[in-house]
Write a protein of this length. Sequence first.
Length: 473
Amino acid sequence: MTVTTPQELVERALALSTADGCLVIADESSDANVRWANNTVTTNGVTRSRQLTVIATIGQGRGVAAGSVSRAGVSTDRLEDLVRAAEKAARSSMPAEDAQPLVAPGPGTGTDTGAGAPGGAWDAAPQETSIAAFSAFIPSLGHAFEQARGGDRLLFGFAQHHLQTTYLGSSTGLRLRHDQPMGTVELNAKSSDFRRSAWFGQSASDLAAVDVPALDGELGERLGWAARQVELPAGRYETILPPSSVADLMIDLYWSAGARDAHEGRTVFSRPGGGTRVGETLSPLPITLRSDPGAEGLACAPFAIAYASSSMASVFDNGWPLQPTRWVDEGRLAALLQSRYSARLTGLPVTPPIDNLIMEAPGSTATVRQMAETTERGLLLTSLWYIREVDPQTLLLTGLTRDGVYLVEGGEVVGAVNNFRFNESPVDLLRRATEVGGTEVTLSREWGDYFSRTAMPPLRVPDFNMSSVSQAT
């Protein structure tokens, strides 16, 4: 077996292709991770992987078919097999409805090749992470272990630093590259008798930026709140959602915001009688929900990367330059996710998916603590999990609470309450929210493994629907 660079694999695959058009995506990934339990580091390790995707297009005009095949660990010895498999898939497929001319390089398009290309120079070696990514994190974690032992609590958790370099080449001459670092930390604190539990998560491209003592201090305070247990029935409660819980719900909204699905009447963003709800007001508050490839601390690929076509993305759009996009602009639905093909159907601009999500409101700075201080009676809902869609027409979601639902009375957190099952729509929450706080980088507990680049504010909802009591602990 001959192993070569990802750039060479891309070039050789393009040279081997006999298809009318060809796209090759090479992903070089490395992961470093650390796990801990009972105030002790238990395991750590580093892994590396390679995946190559070949997309072949066969035909001309409206009769173009596409075939996409991905394989891990591809070397030059197996490269031709992969290329032929993609071509076979294209020849056996029906013409692709989303067929468009493949993106080509050109001045002013944002797809120029060379050192000035989005993401950096094509010829540079892929970046790699290592256990050194935790050089500042591990000592801080050790100090947190000492604090936890003194406070009669146990820390459990997982930290990961992931670094992926993606090389995208096309038969049109397109050559793009992007380096994507991302770190996540999930920390769970339990009382020594395991009767109380609290969770906190954080994301950062550089784990040195994670303030472990602050996270541990937050969890210690939450365990202290839980010293008093309060049983509450199901019902609607005024509820403060911290940024991580808001991220859980807004990611679901984002993933459901396909323009074509809305245009065809299948989602909450469909307009009765036909078309989409773009232009309608979703919230009376000046909430903006946006994505930006260049967002500080949340930067992501500045060009479209699609391994397969869907209602929101198209393999034919690979390399399409991405621009800052407002999905909700000061309360008004401004855009939905779509490809060049679906843009022709909807009459809306081309707005492909972008791999980060930011919610904010001008002038809003309140923290969760400050919002609690102005709450006469309500809940602080710090952690959601097992979220599932119930009804796409309203985007009704159901899920459970876990590791921290707290009762607020007279501006103070006075205890922890039992867990609930909830039924809520994030779109309807935007309509009913009465206060937005200051935005901060956060990590969704439910979706952080798949979508980790988010910045959200806390939200106040006057009547969050706790549909039933849950026995989960």
